[in-house]
Write a protein that binds this ligand. Structure first.
Ligand code: SAM
Length: 239
């Protein structure tokens, strides 16, 4: 198993896990003294650790050796209009699996979810990072209104291009548009279930840093569009 911890990791270190992770290791996975587990914290790489105490309330571990050097966090940015419960969990999980570095909730005119449980989003991102073996957990940025995001884009993001998944965009292949963006810093913006309003679409189309793309002739659900868009980006320009 691989677990994310906040603590610093380094050879010779000793650490004690909190209640939930201790219960998970000792009771769910039935790990005991002498068993091994890999820990990472997003800063120090992945470390092989050995259990030295296996109480269900507090497992203690000795940090043994570095098994993977820390990698640079991904630069890929993903902005999305928050969806309802399970589908929100799904897009967070898939964004992490698809190698996103920053996850940005964006409030739009037709966004249906207005109160976000940031802790739940972060917990999902951590769980997905543990599962898919990335060494950095993506940042979950505080929610932002679409207008503010666009007005402040160049100050906040410099020359990053914003790929706008637009079901109304000319239906040439996204591959052609993305090929032109090789080597550039990128973000992907996906709308809510009700889509972007006409006013929002007009504004997006008028901005020089926005690149509208079609993901095909069918209308995809927002969660499907997120996975499709990130997959195309990673296939063409990902590393
Ligand atoms: N306009 C629609 C509506 O009124 O419900 C559809 C919105 S769609 C369910 C949600 C989001 O997924 C869209 O805002 C867009 O970002 C993305 N999307 C869905 N299908 C797409 C496609 N074929 N090409 C590009 N983006 C798409």
């Amino acid at each position: 198993p691989r677990l994310f911890v906040e603590a610093d990791l380094g050879a010779g270190g000793i650490l004690t896990l909190g209640k939930d992770q201790s219960l998970y290791l000792a009771a769910v996975l039935r790990k005991g003294v002498g068993d091994e587990v890999v820990l990472f914290n997003g800063r120090d790489g992945a470390w092989l650790c050995r259990l030295t105490g296996d109480s269900k309330k507090s497992v203690t571990l000795a940090v043994v050796e570095l098994v993977a050097e820390q990698t640079k966090p991904s630069d890929l940015w993903y902005g999305f209009a928050p969806l309802k419960s399970e589908r929100l969990d799904y897009v967070i999980q898939k964004a992490v699996e698809m190698g996103v570095g920053t996850i940005q909730p964006v409030m739009t005119q037709f966004t249906q979810v207005h109160r976000l449980k940031t802790e739940r989003l972060s917990a999902n991102a951590v769980e997905a990072a543990e599962q898919c073996e990335v060494l950095s957990v993506p940042l979950i940025a505080p929610e932002i209104a679409l207008g503010h995001l666009l007005d402040g884009w160049q100050d906040a993001h410099g020359d990053r291009k914003l790929i706008f998944a637009d079901e109304g965009a000319a239906s040439s292949s996204p591959v052609v548009a993305l090929e032109q963006l090789r080597g550039q810093r990128l973000g992907l913006l996906i709308g809510p279930e009700g889509g972007f309003s006409d006013e929002e679409r007009r504004k997006l189309h008028a901005l020089p840093f926005v690149v509208p793309i079609s993901l095909g002739p069918r209308i995809l659900r927002a969660d499907t569009a997120a996975v499709a868009g990130l997959a195309v980006i990673q296939a063409i320009i990902g590393d």
